[in-house]
Design a protein around this ligand. Structure first.
Ligand SMILES: Cc1cc2nc3c(=O)[nH]c(=O)nc-3n(C[C@H](O)[C@H](O)[C@H](O)COP(=O)(O)OP(=O)(O)OC[C@H]3O[C@@H](n4cnc5c(N)ncnc54)[C@H](O)[C@@H]3O)c2cc1C
Length: 313
């Protein structure tokens, strides 16, 4: 027999769990389906989330799942959603169970997409081994722990110079490495130099170190540089092929376009967190988006009931 939910939340990160918590408290029947492959599992500590500074990101999610599941109308399950189909009265959501959890095939009146992003690091030998411990992607999140240290900033994206100027908030000793990508022009190079930021355009062969402790970098021309920490700009990827049949509006990067209340371009579909423009941000922002989407769903339900003269079921 098909199970019916008021809302199925796809993705159990800060955005999805925050939406779900507020929805269960609004007495909705909610299922969270989470593939449990969060981007931030690379790191041991999450920073800057009020009352939870320094918490492990996985522990934060575990606490979030516990919050939602504590309500009898809330359920969280590890499953990857493979397909979403539009029905006259909502959506059919099909998911493949992960970590020994069962598959699910359910009906939802509304869905919240909170799947976050996947990230791909520049193709540099061994970089992944130091990501989340010595090399980080988010200055606001991890800059404090690296303050005043000699730092590298590695990136192949057009915003690299901007990120370098932002990094000055945390250190004056900065080497920017483009890994051979033509992303900093001569005017920017002069501007960086005027601010005391060094630039290295040679490709990087590998990051050196052991057991998550970085000791330096080796460049393609054989030079070895000693650095113990820094920042690296990943490329972010949207993986929402399973939503293609819904034809949702997305921006040039594939991020789901929503209105200021979290509504996507199709009735009954909402989105929150890193998956909406401008893309990757922070836990508090993702959780805030989730809360906004939840409030919008409640309001949309009220509006529909007033239009049809019905009461909550
Ligand atoms: C290394 C690193 C360190 C960070 N450190 C900090 C920090 O210190 N402080 C801070 O504020 N922010 C930090 N961030 C950023 C923060 O983690 C994100 O902004 C936040 O997690 C985004 O939340 P989200 O719910 O939108 O997405 P996510 O947290 O990415 O969660 C999305 C979830 O959806 C699941 N999912 C994806 N597709 C499907 C599917 N088809 N079906 C079911 N589930 C699916 C994923 O597996 C994942 O569990 C960090 C990020 C990284 C990568």
């Amino acid at each position: 027999m098909t199970q019916h939910f008021d809302v199925v939340v796809i993705g159990g990160g800060p955005a999805g769990l925050s939406a779900a918590l507020n929805l269960v408290r609004a007495r909705m029947r909610v299922l969270v389906l989470d593939a449990n492959r969060p981007r931030h599992s690379a790191t041991l500590f999450a920073h800057g989330f009020l009352t939870r500074d320094n918490i492990s990101p996985l522990e934060l999610r575990r606490l979030g799942r516990e919050d939602v599941s504590a309500y009898e109308n809330g359920e969280v399950q590890f499953a990857a959603v493979d397909a979403v189909t539009a029905l006259p009265d909502g959506y059919r959501v099909v998911a493949r169970g992960v970590k020994g959890h069962p598959d699910r095939d359910v009906h939802a009146r509304r869905i919240v997409v909170a799947t976050g992003l996947a990230e791909i690091l520049p193709d540099i030998g061994n970089a992944r081994a130091f990501y989340g411990t010595c090399l980080h992607s988010c200055l606001e999140c991890d800059g404090w722990e690296k303050q005043d240290a000699p730092l590298v900033l590695i990136g192949e994206s057009e915003d690299l110079a901007l990120q370098a100027f932002r990094a000055l908030q945390w250190t004056n000793d900065l080497l920017v490495l483009t890994n051979g990508a033509a992303v900093i022009d001569e005017a920017e190079e002069r501007e960086l130099a005027a601010s005391g930021i060094r630039l290295e355009r040679t490709p990087i062969d590998e990051i050196t170190g052991e057991r998550g402790v970085m000791t330096g970098l080796v460049l393609a021309d054989g030079r070895a540089l000693t650095y113990r920490a820094g920042f690296i700009r990943p490329r972010w990827e949207v993986r929402l092929g399973f939503l293609d049949p819904l034809g949702l509006d997305a921006d040039g990067d594939g991020l789901l376009i929503v209105d200021e209340r979290g509504r996507a371009s199709r009735p009954g579909v909402y989105a929150a967190g890193d998956i909406v423009p401008p893309g990757p941000q922070q836990i508090a922002i993702a959780a805030g988006h989730g809360a906004v989407a939840s409030a919008t769903i409640v309001d949309d339900d009220v509006r529909e009931r007033r239009a049809f003269g019905t009461r909550p079921v």
